[in-house]
Design a protein around this ligand. Structure first.
Ligand code: C2O
Ligand code: CU
Length: 421
């Protein structure tokens, strides 16, 4: 339903039977019966309210990842909806256009809940973006990529990522997608609970990246390969007019294990098409990089336990106290040593902040490169890596979180509390 200034939705979190792998039925946890959940399209300046009913047998909390929302509506780990309960989340949508997603965040349960299906898309548009001649409508396609283990009886089993050989796109295993010979905007999400993906087009055609977690970049950049860790978004334009009708091109994951198939999705070019879309040389203007005056250090460990600065999450402990408007530089270190060969997913950390976007200033002592460009809310740290990020806290006061977005890690306590006053 639509109010004067607010769009109102209702969803029921419930179990449902879906087909993920052809011919098999899997019992999953859903928002409203679909796997993944329904996509919410929001516009800047128009609020959204979602009433969530929990018809599951486990706690759930709904977090809008990338949302600039009040703490009460953030879906904090202890602020759960018990089975049989419901609550309404309010999203003001005062932020710029960006590809967000919503997912469960119940303490200790988020990894399994998200893995079992509690995630959906939330896309915000704004006037600036609508004016650009980018591909739109049927040519603007979100691709939510995640792994899974589907047993031969259809059971979707939550297990470690090296035992999850099925790559899903929008809830289906290795689908194919019929495309016209023209430009498409692809909104890529890594929604894996516990692993990185490295995406490339099998024929080596580079992607034109136009946006990252927090929306449009200032200028498009060319990328051959996209390393994405859980929670990250990369938006690209691919021009399929370089292929002829009848050809196919495969999106592959070069981060797949040797025992897995690298194919993620096959694009079949099946028709000619007119195309008035373009990727302008200038896309947007980003807010100035915060000039941090407060510096903080964070050390992420996998061994002997999932910790940040030596401790695991305690909802009653304030790890960082700050104020609205505080401009900060955070140095994040992944102190684990690299392994000579994969599987090394558990050694990666995906540092995510709630409430605010940040800029990546440096990676391993060097100025941030193209892979870290734009506004980010999640940044990938390989074993031994260090990044420096800058953010300004606010505009809302309240309790927020930072954590690793490898969800097995956050469930295991790799998470901290920040109080913004
Ligand atoms: Cu997408 Cu706190 O997470
Ligand atoms: Cu981690």
């Amino acid at each position: 339903t639509r109010g004067a200034t607010t769009d109102v939705y209702e969803m029921r979190m419930r179990e449902a039977d879906v087909e993920i792998v052809k011919g098999l039925t899997s019992r999953v946890r859903t928002f409203d019966g679909t796997f993944p959940g329904p996509t919410i399209k929001a516009c800047q300046g128009r609020a959204v309210e979602v009433r969530q009913y929990n018809d599951l047998t486990v706690n759930a909390a709904v977090h809008l990842h990338g949302g600039e929302v009040h703490s009460e509506h953030d879906g904090l780990p202890m602020d759960v909806i018990a089975p049989g309960g419901n609550r309404t989340y309010h999203y003001p949508n005062k932020q710029r256009a960006a590809s967000l997603w919503y997912h469960d965040h119940a303490h200790h349960l988020e990894a399994e809940n998200v893995y079992k299906g509690l995630h959906g898309l939330y896309l915000i548009s704004d006037a600036e973006e609508k004016k650009l001649p980018l591909p739109r409508g049927a040519y603007d396609v979100p691709l939510v990529i995640r792994d899974a283990r589907v047993e031969t009886d259809g059971t979707l089993r939550y297990t470690r990522p090296s035992d999850c050989p099925h790559m899903l796109v929008n809830g289906k295993e290795r689908p194919y997608f019929k495309v016209a010979a023209r430009k498409y905007r692809l909104r890529l999400y890594n929604a894996c609970a516990n692993r990185y993906i490295r995406l490339r087009l099998a024929d080596g055609t580079p992607f034109t990246q136009i946006a990252s977690d927090g929306g449009l970049l200032e200028r498009p950049v060319q990328r051959d390969e996209l390393l994405m860790l859980g929670g990250e978004r990369v938006e690209v334009v691919v021009d399929f007019s370089r292929y002829s009708v009848g050809q196919s091109v495969v999106l592959e994951n070069t981060g797949a294990l040797p025992t897995e198939r690298p194919e993620v999705l096959r694009f079949d070019i099946d028709r000619r098409s007119t195309d008035n879309s373009e990727v302008p040389a200038r896309l947007s203007t980003l807010p100035p990089v915060p000039r941090g005056t407060v510096e903080r250090d964070f050390e992420l460990r996998t061994f002997p336990a999932m910790t940040i600065n030596g401790v695991s999450y305690d909802p009653d402990r304030v790890d960082v106290a700050t104020t609205v408007g505080s401009s900060e530089i955070w140095t994040i270190r992944n102190v684990e040593a690299p392994l000579p060969a994969p599987p090394d997913f558990h050694l990666y950390h995906s540092f995510h902040t709630h409430l605010t976007y940040f800029r990546v200033l440096e990676r391993n002592g060097q100025p941030a490169g193209v892979r870290d460009s734009g506004l980010k809310d999640t940044v990938c740290l390989g074993p031994g890596e260090t990044v420096k990020i800058a953010m300004t806290w606010g505009p809302y006061t309240g309790q927020y979180l930072y954590h690793c977005h490898q969800l097995g890690h956050s469930s295991g306590g790799q998470m901290g509390r920040i109080d913004v006053n």
